[in-house]
Write a protein that binds this ligand. Sequence first.
Ligand code: ATP
Length: 319
Amino acid sequence: MLRIENVKKSYGKYRALDGLNMEIKPGALYGFVGPNGAGKTTTIKILAGLLAPDEGRISIDGMDMSTAGQDLKGKIGYVPDHFGVYDNLTVWEYMEFFAACYGIEGLTGRKRCEFLLDQVGLERRRDFYVDGLSRGMKQRLCLARALVHEPKLLILDEPSSGLDPKTRKEFMEMIMEINEQGTTIFISSHVLSELSQVCTDIGIIEQGRIVLGGSMKEILERVDQSNPLLITVYRNAERAMGILRSHSCVRTISIKDNCFAVGFTGDAQDEALLLQQLVDAEVLVNGFTRQQGNLESLFMQITDHKEQPVLHYEGRPGT
Ligand code: ATP
């Protein structure tokens, strides 16, 4: 549905996007996550046609963005991170105005507006003035407006920032419903936990590049492998330390009392072989498990990556 290849964008000398690559499959609910200033809004403005990239290629639904022009605009719905000012427009007038911009008028236009206001739960507010709506209601109206021309791809820039937790949850449920009805969704946030619960795919951007991306399933598998192995040793901890230090999959070791937390890059078979090696060396192991982790811990590890193995002692192993 959406392919971004080696996109670069600078503001003066500052490079906001530094070779961005992403692929979003049709039907995905893609979470685009990164800290403040990572380049999310810049990416989204480029996708929405509001900024031009300096380099790189973007295609949406098989059409090259640099040549497709207006045809492409019909495929995209865009919810920006701020709501404009619409003095003296009611909710209904606002919807009709945007429908008319896409040539959706008359009975078809009215039915479409009614359907969308119903979908976002604003049907009873159709005669309210837009500027009198709460922030959450404005965000829902903005969502309805972005869907008026039935886009294949809906792009949302931090739509839930500034909303209270309940309104945020309701908004995300609406997004999931729209996705289930067949619209591909690209949604940004700087809060990883907010999107990791609902997205099918995720891309984490930092300093203008994707540092982690893929389907949630693949990434959660990586999460499992990125958490430390917790090994508790009843006897012969010094010997265990010798084995761990010389093991090719061990990146980091920290020890407290007789419990080792081991950064371990191996898979399940490597884990089993390590356990066997310890037992064969007559190390009495009374605990051997992967620590439970989450996407946040993986993100922290990736963005705080160290090239060299680190051995960290919080105490000496006993015997
Ligand atoms: P936030 O979560 O804070 O909205 P973001 O991930 O959306 O951040 P961008 O707004 O894309 O990040 O900004 C990326 C970088 O580019 C930031 O360092 C920002 O200061 C810089 N930047 C963005 N717009 C401009 C501009 N118009 N002129 C100069 N620098 C800009």
